[in-house]
Every structure is written in C-alpha cells, then in structure tokens.
Design a protein around this ligand. Structure first.
Ligand code: FES
Ligand code: FES
Length: 164
C-alpha cells in the first residue's frame, strides 16, 4: 500500500491541503490532482524549462521537484499569473513581439520572466539571456523573446522615470 503524506501549501494564492504519495512530482500534483494543465512537460529531466513554476517566487523545474518539498511554501503556476479573461503585461509583450509560435514553451518562459522582472525590473540583454538559459524554444530562435522582455524593462523604466 502506498504511504500517503499530508501536505499544505499555497497554490496561486489559495491555501490547499492534500494527501500525496511520497514520490509524487510537483508537476503531477498540479496537473493531475488540481487540474491545472497550463504547465507543460517535455524533457522530464530539468533541461527544457517547459514545466517551470515559481516556489516562493523562485523558478523551479516542477518535473524534478518532489511535491512534498512545497509543504508550507508558495507555488505559483501560469494560471496564477494569468488574469481572468485576459493576458498579463508579460504575456501581451510575448504576443506583440512575436515571442511565441507553437506556444509549448511559453508558459515556462512566462514564469521565468516573471521571476526575473520581480527581482530585476531592468535586466540587461546579458542578464536576460543568462536568466533564460534554462528555457528552451525550438521555434522562435530566442531573438523575439529577448525583444519582448527588453520591451517590458523599457516600459517599466518609463513608468518609473522622474518627472522633471
Ligand atoms: S519538462 Fe521539466 S525541465 Fe523539461
Ligand atoms: S514557441 Fe514553439 S517551442 Fe517555443
């Protein structure tokens, strides 16, 4: 018989409690037990970034994170950063700048960019590339993605420019 463990955590701002098998992966918990299918799975070995979620604000590969490790922590998925009936400013920038084609990698990129801009609203090109090195995209060639992130940094700068 599988030994079940009780865990409690915050999922997209909502307190949840559930019993899980000790070997349950975070991606399976979120997709299969909570029905949030926006997070994608591809490599299953922490290489592609498609499964990126935020745990306490930091990007993690949910395909290699044990669900028990998020006990009493905050988990944010792509659903948690997507406004009801619309798109976030980061998602809009990806659309506007052509930062997605098939879209499979996009939820992972959006989560990584969310973490980056929360910590560093004005990243340089090098910082953007470094931060996104764990997210792979087979369609866009990355240039449009970098442009989308740069536009967000510039937007933030103009919003916060001193009025003279
Ligand atoms: S599916 Fe998790 S990193 Fe690729
Ligand atoms: S848009 Fe297709 S993999 Fe990135």
């Amino acid at each position: 018989m599988t030994h079940m463990l009780p865990i409690s955590f915050s999922l997209n701002g909502q307190a949840v409690s559930i019993e899980i098998a000790a070997h349950t992966l975070l991606i399976d918990l979120v997709r299969d037990r909570f029905g949030l299918k926006g997070t994608k799975r591809s490599c299953d070995m922490e290489v592609c970034g498609a499964c990126t979620m935020l745990v306490d604000g930091q990007p993690v590969s949910s395909c290699t994170t044990l669900a028990v490790d998020v006990h009493q922590r905050e988990v944010t998925t792509i659903e948690g950063v997507t406004p009801a009936g619309g798109l976030s400013r980061i998602q809009k920038a990806f659309v506007l700048h052509g930062g997605l084609q098939c879209g499979f990698c996009t939820p992972g990129f959006i989560m990584s960019v969310t973490a980056l801009l929360n910590e560093n609203p004005h990243p340089t090109d090098e910082e953007i590339r470094h931060h996104l090195h764990g997210n792979l995209c087979r369609c866009t060639g990355y240039v449009k993605i970098i442009e989308a992130v740069k536009s967000l940094a510039a937007e933030h700068a103009s919003e916060h420019a001193d009025v003279v």
